[in-house]
Design a protein around this ligand. Sequence first.
Ligand SMILES: *Cc1c(COP(=O)(O)O)cnc(C)c1O
Length: 414
Amino acid sequence: MTQTATTTDVPAIAGGKPAKTAPFGKERRYGDEELAELREALDQGSLFYAHGKKTAQLERAFAERVGARHAVACSSGTAAIHAALMAVGISPGDEVITSPITDAGSVLPILWQGGVPVFADLDPRTYNLDPASVATCVTPRTRAILAVHLAGNACDVRALRAIGDRHKLVLIEDCAQAHGCTYEGKPVGTIGEVGCYSLNEFKHIACGDGGVVVTDDAALAKRLRLATDKAYDRTPGALRREATFLAANYRITELQSAVAIAQLRKLDSIIARRRSWCGQLSERLADVAGVQLPAATNGCVPSWWFYLMRVIPAELGTSADEFAAALKAEGLPVGAHYIGRPVYAYPVLTDHSAFARGTHPSAAHDYRATRCPTAEAILDTCVMLSVNEAYTDRDLDETAHAITRVAAWFRSRR
Ligand SMILES: *Cc1c(COP(=O)(O)O)cnc(C)c1O
């Protein structure tokens, strides 16, 4: 069923009644399940990850959920990515190809390793790395591809894997926004050598802050563990404190792991609802001219962390800013431009200001000259709708109605 609208359907910005007649459904994120796990953690008498059972339990459950042999829990998604980069040996001057539309937590860890982020352009419909562009970014200094699965939709991992294999690059998957997302039937994070997840407060599942790294490689898993714990080798009965490489303290605590265990049990229902809500929204909006809907990557079943539309200004007769303002007036939780500017425009890169003094290897790169035209066009034209598993069918009806009538109104004024 597609939504219909007439020019007599007056949007809120033109004096009509807002399409939203009641607040969006709001989830109660934490409840008795988390409390029961927390109580057990406290009753252990230790909240240290290596002395209690909760972190080990979370790691087993997480590994099983994504179908990986090993999982290492840590303090954040950024820590997970940094641990992955440490574990695979990213070293000063190494280039890591990644996406210009992502969280700073994807890119800052590259800089921590003395690495040089190199930004490839994106697919205009999936907003993920364009493999053809990635291929043109490869140089003799490239060591890894950090593939960000944006908004719960997978990259073209098969193509990225092939580029990686051809040039002997490590493929690291940033799955922070893609819990529950599958690619060719497999959860993301298991196609590359390493997959990194975030459990920060705003992701599909959360524990305040936390992260998990998954891999099938036992040696890599061991290095991931060392990387997140000051390089302490806590092999039972044989504690070794003498650091063998530059590691961090990115330990998780039993409290966070306890909450995450309970959250992981809810993941299936969270994903199912987001899939169905966003899927129905896309069906309803399929015929709305002037608005481009987010496209799932071939082979991917997305888990929609948010819903990113693009206005087509020539068809819609307006900008992302005006379209977002009109949708806001209807009562929708939207914003224009997502992160605003591509990551390569951040001062830490353009101003070479990673360190207060001295020269970071990335300073050899002129980020002011970096251009990813498609990524820039996406950011110029995109409107992000927040999505939550607690959204109701009425929320769906009213959201579809709002977008349809606002688009019709703008088109009628062209
Ligand atoms: C949230 C996020 C991160 C960082 O996770 P934190 O837990 O906030 O450190 C990294 N990459 C992406 C794509 C993210 O959305």
